[in-house]
Design a protein around this ligand. Structure first.
Ligand code: GLN
Length: 247
């Protein structure tokens, strides 16, 4: 090992946190990545390139103050077991129901589904979809495909599938964003985005940009709702004063 290599390694050990790009589209946002198992580091790296500050989530209190949460690819049975062991299932549901935006890739898609065709593992039920695990068959466990994804622009996305699920069925409120061989592989419902493939394993940031866009839209809607209710509050004394003036 050269001295320079040694220094680089030391730098890496001392400062493992990637620095977000302050001018990226995600600047100012804080997103948690569920870091129990799977490829959570790849999600962090990609999000930080977009300016998002990221945080590894392992305990319920780690969810406080987050704008969004990524549930990475990996092994959904293991993720479920660890989520249960760390008492994270209910807090993640509360986070999503309280306005937090969630993005699940591959095993993450399975984790957020209403249920799986196989009946296991237990899922969080954040999206009205039924996931079929390892759906593309044992022989074709991993492959790449060029997919047009709604919301990701006209250029196809290079989609990496690794023992991927597909969405067997989806409720009426679910927007299908992409299909492969007639099967749904990307979808969105309210504040939940899922892909059966792994954008975090490519250089293509567009799915994560879509996730950021969903967070910004939700936040803008929340601010508008707040302004609307503040108007109402402010309106009461105004009306009272007007009424008093007529007396
Ligand atoms: N087959 C895995 C599961 O069922 C998912 C694979 C992945 O996330 N790449 O959990």
């Amino acid at each position: 090992m050269t001295a320079t290599n040694g220094k680089q390694r030391l730098d890496w050990i001392l400062s493992p946190e990637p620095a977000p790009d302050l001018h990226g589209p995600g600047a100012g946002l804080v997103v948690g990545v569920l870091a129990l198992q799977g490829d959570f580091r790849e999600h962090r790296t990609l999000l930080e390139r977009l300016g998002v500050s990221t945080f590894e989530v392992r305990r319920p209190e780690d969810l406080a103050g987050l704008d969004g949460l990524v549930i990475p690819g990996g092994e959904s049975t293991t993720i479920h077991k660890l989520m249960t062991a760390y008492d994270l299932c209910e807090p993640i549901k509360a986070f999503a129901n309280g306005g937090g935006v969630v993005y699940g890739t591959c095993a993450g898609l399975i984790t957020v589904a209403r249920e799986t065709v196989e009946g296991k593992p237990r899922t969080l039920g954040l999206m009205d979809i039924v996931a079929r695990r390892n759906a593309f068959g044992r022989q074709v466990r991993s492959f790449e495909a060029e997919l047009t994804v709604e919301g990701a622009g006209p250029r196809p996305v290079k989609a990496v599938f690794i023992r991927a699920p597909w969405i067997e069925s989806a409720g009426p409120r679910v927007d299908v964003l992409a299909t492969h061989d007639g099967h749904i592989v990307a979808a969105r419902e309210d504040g939940v985005l899922v892909t059966a493939f792994h954008p975090e394993l490519t250089d293509d940031t567009r799915l994560h940009e879509l996730f950021i866009h969903m967070i910004r839209r939700r936040q803008a809607a929340a601010v508008e709702a707040e302004i609307a209710s503040a108007d109402c509050d402010a309106g009461t004394p105004g009306r009272a004063a007007a009424a008093a003036g007529h007396r």
